[in-house]
Structures are given as structure tokens and as C-alpha cells.
Design a protein around this ligand. Structure first.
Ligand code: CA2
Length: 149
């Protein structure tokens, strides 16, 4: 049973460099842009409101997690990008959120170099999705529906 709000929005938060998606390293991250990912998320969310955001700043991501808490968001899907491996501050903010949280990665971080293996987020989230490419986002939205209802 989730403590997210039945009618609240799904916050989909994206960390540093993901605004460049589709433009560099297509062999790892694919050719789909973040704008296309956002459209797919909105389609998968159907009637549920979506707050889709991206920032290169740790502070901004923390502010948006606080906003999700104050807004009684239904759930958070977060791709913290490089902050996954560095940010106790984002981890602490996520710990304050009472509803379901999905940590999402486009690539399978566990198949990559050892620096990508230790996530600060995984111990405090509900579920982790990694390695499904950009389609992981719509998979995460569908999974979030199941967690909320
Ligand atoms: O696979 C993911 O989604 C990651 O969270 C992406 C991060 C990386 O630090 C994580 O280990 C896994 C990096 C995002 C870099 O964004 C780019 C966007 C376009 C082209 C190249 C990188």
C-alpha cells in the first residue's frame, strides 16, 4: 500500500546531462531525445498529471523533491544520472518522501565500470529499473500506476 496521494502527480526528475540525450553516446543512451521521452511518459500516464523536469544542478533536484512532498505527489521517478553515485543530499531528500519512488537508469549501470555500481539511491527507493533504454521511462510510469493503486 502506498502513501502517495491517489490524485497527485507523478514527478519524473532527471539529473545532469540528460538534456543532451539523443545527441551523444548513442551506443549507450540511444538516439531518443529527452523531449521524446517526456511525450512517451505523458502518454503512459494517461489522465494522471505528470511533472517532467530536468536539471544539471543538485540543489534544483532537491528543491523539486521537496515540492513533490509539499504537493502530495503520487510518486517520484528519478534518473539522478551522475548524482546517483555522489549525492547523500538527494538520498536524504528522497527519504522524506512518503510515497513510492522508482530509481531509473537508461543503461544497465551494473554492467558498466565499477564506478557506476554503487548507488546512494537504491537503498531508499521502492524499485530500480536499469538497462531498458529510453523505454524504461514508460515502463516506470506503468509500474508507478501499479504502485499507486
Ligand atoms: O543510464 C542512465 O540513465 C544513467 O543514469 C545516465 C548517467 C550515468 O552517469 C549513469 O551512470 C547512468 C549519465 C547521463 C549522461 O547523459 C548523457 C546524455 C546524452 C549523451 C551522453 C550522456
Amino acid at each position: 500500500m502506498s502513501s502517495g496521494s491517489a490524485r497527485g502527480a507523478i514527478y519524473i526528475l532527471n539529473g545532469p546531462n540528460l538534456n543532451r540525450l539523443g545527441r551523444r553516446e548513442p551506443e549507450i543512451y540511444g538516439r531518443t531525445t529527452l523531449a521524446e521521452v517526456e511525450s512517451a511518459c505523458r502518454a503512459a500516464a494517461a489522465q494522471r498529471p505528470v511533472e517532467f523536469r530536468q536539471s544539471n544542478r543538485e540543489h534544483q533536484l532537491i528543491e523539486w523533491i521537496h515540492e513533490a512532498i509539499d504537493d502530495s505527489a503520487a510518486g517520484i521517478i528519478i534518473n539522478p544520472a551522475a548524482f546517483t553515485f555522489t549525492s547523500m543530499a538527494i538520498m536524504d531528500a528522497l527519504k522524506m518522501f512518503p510515497g513510492p519512488i522508482i530509481e531509473l537508469h537508461i543503461s544497465n549501470i551494473h554492467k558498466r565500470e565499477p564506478i557506476y555500481h554503487r548507488s546512494y539511491m537504491s537503498p531508499v527507493v521502492t524499485a530500480v529499473i536499469a538497462g531498458l533504454g529510453h523505454k524504461g521511462y514508460s515502463t516506470a510510469v506503468r509500474a508507478m500506476h501499479d504502485l499507486i493503486e
